[in-house]
Ligand binder design. Structure first.
Ligand SMILES: O=P(O)(O)OC[C@H]1O[C@](O)(CO)[C@@H](O)[C@@H]1O
Length: 383
């Protein structure tokens, strides 16, 4: 598909994307100021960043850190532009890069160097009652038939995406209303098919989501090897890093349920034997879409049995964060992707594709906020 619709921006009053900057980010910054005893210089930078991102323009300084050439080129293009004129995806990704700069995450001489600014929020979820009840439910799954069990694990990984902490800065989650498109059968056909490469799971959030993802990965490991792709550093509040996976494995090992302890043990062994490989890539923390994959990642995706992209942000990067007609066929929109790909996401931003027209009418009339409420989910597959 060559003719792409316009990018979603953050300039339209009343739009969801604008509310992320005007309503969510102030809460996000307030949470950080609450969680850490930051000295005045860091507090001042965070407050200045918030004000700048709501009403100001992009400065000429390039925020330090990895992917420097990418950001140098981007800033050269965008410096001086008002934030409100920026594409949503770019502006959010740049905002997180600037938060890391403000909190000295990349400053080797600072005591704040490498401190995960979102760790208190992630740990609160990992130690919270919801994960314990998820893991009780996991334990009960042992009683089910194998096919029913793995389908339940796929859906748990899908709905795990509701638990994104950026989303929770403002919205309480109303519940799990509906899987709007469910190509689960195609997911399992590909995993069980003749493909010889690994199944690549591109992770999204830590906490409940990565816990459910790891349980799904354990089921996939029965027939395939797996690569779990993680963020190289904190991003979009709760995105999972290697440290988060290790913390989750420790929480699983400490769970009172024997099947959960056994799950932790199997996963640790799979990592040791490299049947489960943990990887990261600088691309995952950039505002680029999957249309502009770096060649090494494109080669890996091409060779994979299936690439499973988790979450709303990965969906935006796969489809393109644009004003798509929601009935545009998923397969046509993402036909550029180098391999077989499945998107598992709860809808938490304006875009959607691949919705049958009658279903779309039903959703727009019956649940007008279905695109952003996190209560509607989709499993869509290109193969
Ligand atoms: O954790 P997920 O599912 O990628 O969702 C992150 C979501 O956060 C938002 O950026 C808003 O903060 C959504 O628009 C976005 O897609």
């Amino acid at each position: 598909m060559d003719d792409l619709p316009p990018r979603i921006g953050i300039d339209r009053p009343g739009s969801f994307s604008r509310s992320v900057f005007q309503e969510r980010h102030p809460v996000l910054i307030a949470n950080l100021l609450d969680d850490f005893p930051y000295p005045p210089r860091i507090r001042a930078r965070l407050e200045a960043l918030l004000a700048e991102s709501r009403d100001g323009a992009v400065p000429t300084a390039v925020p330090p850190g990895p992917n420097a050439p990418f950001w140098e080129a981007q800033i050269a293009e965008c410096a001086g532009r008002p934030w409100r004129s920026l594409p949503f995806l770019w502006a959010e990704s740049y905002f997180y890069r600037r938060i890391l700069h403000a909190t000295e995450y990349f400053a080797p001489d600072s005591p704040w160097y490498g401190v995960d600014l979102f760790a208190p929020q992630k740990h609160a979820q990992l130690d919270g009652p919801e994960i314990l009840s998820d893991l009780d439910a996991y334990t009960a799954l042992a009683e089910r038939e194998p096919d029913e069990r793995r389908q339940a694990l796929l859906h748990a990984a899908l709905w795990g995406n509701q638990a994104d902490l950026g989303f929770r800065t403002i919205s309480a989650i109303a519940g799990q209303a509906d899987v709007v498109v469910d190509d689960s059968a195609a997911v399992w056909d590909l995993i069980d098919g003749p493909g010889e490469g690994p199944v690549i799971v591109v992770a999204d959030n830590a906490g409940r989501e990565i816990t459910a993802d790891l349980a799904l990965i354990d089921a996939i490991l029965e027939t395939a090897t797996v690569e779990l792709h993680l963020k190289p550093h904190p991003y979009f509040v709760s995105d999972a890093t290697g440290q988060d996976v290790l913390a989750t494995l420790a929480a699983l090992a400490a769970n009172p349920n024997k099947p959960v302890q056994a799950l932790a043990q199997r996963l640790r062994e799979a990592i040791r034997d490299e049947r489960l490989i943990l990887r990261t890539h600088g691309f995952y923390v950039l505002p680029s879409t999957y249309r502009h994959l770096p060649p090494d990642l494109a080669d890996d995706f091409r060779a994979a049995t299936l690439v499973i992209l988790k979450g709303d942000l990965n969906y935006r990067r796969l489809v393109g964060d644009r004003e798509w007609d929601a009935t545009a066929p998923f397969g046509e929109v993402v036909d550029y992707f180098p391999g077989d790909v499945a998107a598992l996401r709860t809808a938490k931003s304006d875009l959607a594709v691949g919705i049958p027209p009658a279903r779309l009418t039903e959703l727009e009339t019956g649940s007008p906020d279905w695109r952003i409420s996190g209560t509607h989910a989709m499993i869509q597959v290109l193969h």
